[in-house]
Ligand binder design. Structure first.
Ligand code: SF4
Ligand code: SF4
Length: 371
């Protein structure tokens, strides 16, 4: 039987097995995975296997964990505790001190080569890494030790992806991201401040069901989420193309929903899917959706470096000629427990439903629209 709780969280009401398979198919399609993934996920869920996840925290605000816990399709907190073996997570862990460190090492030994390592926060490297010590170990040592036998490594958030806020000048601790500290290893980066939880969950779904990672760009970002700029799919784009720009916060153009470029929007240089995937399951819950320019938090060369309201150059105003494929290569179902995929199914289905609703809405003419 498919676990009851997953069914309950995958839809507002309890669903039967056929509906569950439908849900899995929708989830797979949402991130461009082959349809066989749905059946594979259902099989693994029936087997009741739980993947081991080790989640490390370093220099950060815990906003990435908070963002993940706020996703509600399904209630991630419930799913984590019921379907994933979250063997180490300093924010959510009940264990403390030596008991916590022992649990991490035990999980590493029991699941060598298969566990998922998630890194949240930047890693201080200056002065032998003494600025962040956990259980008597520096962050650098703990990361290297845990990464050595991980099946997949995911850096969640801008701090873990390249250093983020802790690395912005003057960077007294020598903060770096996981890919820099683990040079030579494949680290999937999910930048954002915070990142959209569904981008993280999409990666985990693919790894748990296919045993492979999605296609990545040269910064380790999955192309299904970071393959296009904010500007390409921005709802204010028609105003940009027509030359209608808000000049001041609160002016007539701003109130009318015109383009925010002249107020400092970094959307034309920012690769992310915020314009098509709302945060926290709330429609328009992203900066441009509430009237503030994108500040480019997924871009190492923009976020925390270019002043918030400074204008940037526009390198391309139309979609690139040849987008890289975003679908996963076919692969074997990984031995890693597919319970992790339970994290993603409801979320991605929710995303699909919202996208469909949005398309419906967009086909209706807006009263009084001057676009
Ligand atoms: S500049 Fe910003 S607000 Fe304007 S269309 Fe592009 S992404 Fe949207
Ligand atoms: S809209 Fe821009 S600033 Fe906001 S989360 Fe997306 S990339 Fe980051």
């Amino acid at each position: 039987m498919v676990p009851e709780m997953l069914l309950r969280k995958s839809a507002a009401t309890v669903v039967d097995r056929r509906d569950f398979l439908k849900v899995c198919s929708l989830a797979a399609a949402a991130v461009g995975l082959p349809s066989q993934v749905a059946a594979s996920f259902a099989q693994e869920a029936q087997a009741g296997r739980k993947p081991s996840v080790i989640w490390l925290h370093f220099q950060e605000c815990t906003g990435c964990t908070e963002s993940l816990l706020r996703a509600s399709h399904p209630d991630i907190a419930d799913v984590i505790f019921d379907f994933v073996s979250l063997d180490y997570h300093e924010t959510l862990f009940v264990a403390a001190g030596h008991q916590a460190e022992a649990a991490r090492r035990q999980a590493m030994a029991d699941n060598a080569g298969k566990y998922v390592l998630v890194v949240e926060g930047a890693i201080p490297t200056k002065d032998n890494g003494i600025y962040c010590m956990i259980g008597g170990q520096t962050a650098v040592d703990m990361l290297e030790e845990t990464a050595a036998q991980a099946g997949a490594i995911i850096a969640i958030g801008s701090c873990a992806s390249w250093g983020g806020i802790p690395s912005s000048g003057p960077n007294p601790t020598g903060a770096q991201g996981a890919p820099q500290v683990l040079a030579g290893k494949t680290v999937v980066t999910i930048p954002g401040c915070p990142p959209n939880p569904y981008n993280f969950l999409g990666v985990v779904l693919q790894y748990a069901t296919l045993g492979s990672l999605p296609a990545l760009d040269d910064k380790g970002r999955p192309l299904f989420a970071y393959g296009r700029t904010i500007h390409e799919h921005c709802p204010r784009r028609p105003h940009f193309d027509a030359g209608r720009f808000a000049k001041k916060f609160g002016d007539e153009g701003h109130r009318q929903g015109w383009c925010l470029y002249e107020l400092g929007c970094k959307g034309p240089q920012t690769f992310a899917n915020c314009s098509t995937q709302a945060f926290c399951d709330v429609p328009d819950a992203w900066p441009i959706g509430i009237g503030h320019p994108c500040f480019g938090c997924t871009e190492q060369d923009i976020a925390f470096k270019v002043p918030l309201h400074a204008t940037i150059g526009i390198p391309f105003t139309t979609p690139g000629a040849g987008h890289a494929p975003i679908s996963a290569p076919a692969g074997n179902v990984g031995a890693i427990a597919t319970g992790v995929a339970g994290l993603v199914v409801g979320g991605l289905v929710g995303a699909g439903v919202r996208a469909a609703k949005k398309m419906e809405t967009e086909t209706q003419p807006e009263p009084g629209s001057n676009a």
